[in-house]
Design a protein around this ligand. Sequence first.
Ligand code: WQD
Length: 343
Amino acid sequence: MKDKIIVTGGCGYIGSHTVITLIHHNYEVVIIDDLSNSSPQILDRIESISGVRPHFEQVDLKSFEATQAVFKTHKDAKAVIHFAAHKAVAESIQNPLMYYQNNLFSLLNVLKAQQENSINHLIFSSSATVYGNPSKMPITEDAPTQRSSSPYGNTKKIAEEILEDFTNSQSEISVISLRYFNPIGAHASGQIGEFPSGIPNNLMPYITQTAAGIREKLMVFGNDYPTKDGTPIRDYIHVVDLAEAHLKALERLLDASATSSLEVFNLGTGNGFSVLEMIKAFEAVSGRPLNYEITDRRPGDVPEMFASTTLAKNVLKWEASRNLKDMIQSSWTWEQNLRSELK
Ligand code: WQD
């Protein structure tokens, strides 16, 4: 058994896939999750896929006392991967305080508890949303960050600023912040995947729920953008590729190969697909037509986002290996077979 790793939000979408990758590489995983947007059945699924049941601690990271207590119990952990956060853009616009409170207090409490228990490595779940509306494609990590159009996005930008100040203030802690582009797809087992609560904000779950008959039709938010077919372009990335990138980042921190105390990497494929291309690709993979209608633009959407993957390739030694068909097929399998069984 290799080192013990604390994974906050380990029952969530990206967290659960990363936990499986870590277990496959013999890490001992402690999941901390408040189950506010996930199910304890995920632990059964992780066990059934990996053969190992991770330790589980149901803790609300907004409480410093509770965070400190669980970190003290697991002070032999070598690193933390901090996924736990609220992530629904529309909800964050309705309820910004909930987002600032949850996403920022939890980060501050994790950092303080790491410091008190000498757990000196952290991987942070950031987002390409920190780039705002970037002027140059592909987006490199040195592109300026901008104020996001949503409180959710802003919590990620502020979190990176907190990490910069914190890592500048003392030399023990090293942090890698991973800026995800648009994660989609599900585990090949069909047992875990994205489980949006209520009406999905994101394109892929909306497509699969429409095809499954849960939603009547997909609304395509605008076809008058300055792109090849008028619909916005995004860099969709398979969640299992993302999970593997976390493993690479972890190994880099544990090997002490990081060249600065805060490193930032884009996680994308470098390929952009428009909304209409996604619909066509889904129809081809699933063999069924998708009911959709063009409507007005969604406020805050930008025309085009895709990653420069050079830094992750050269420094993390990671690049995405799964293509769009793999992503869509696995999302569709997940939607059809198993999501309805989770409570
Ligand atoms: C993709 C494209 C929509 C839904 C957001 C967050 C980001 C990250 C991922 C997550 C856009 C269009 C969507 C629909 C549509 N956060 N669309 N009809 O906006 O790139 O990124 O999710 O935790 O921080 O900002 O992703 O999947 O919402 O949208 O036409 O019903 O699909 O307009 O062009 P986005 P998305």
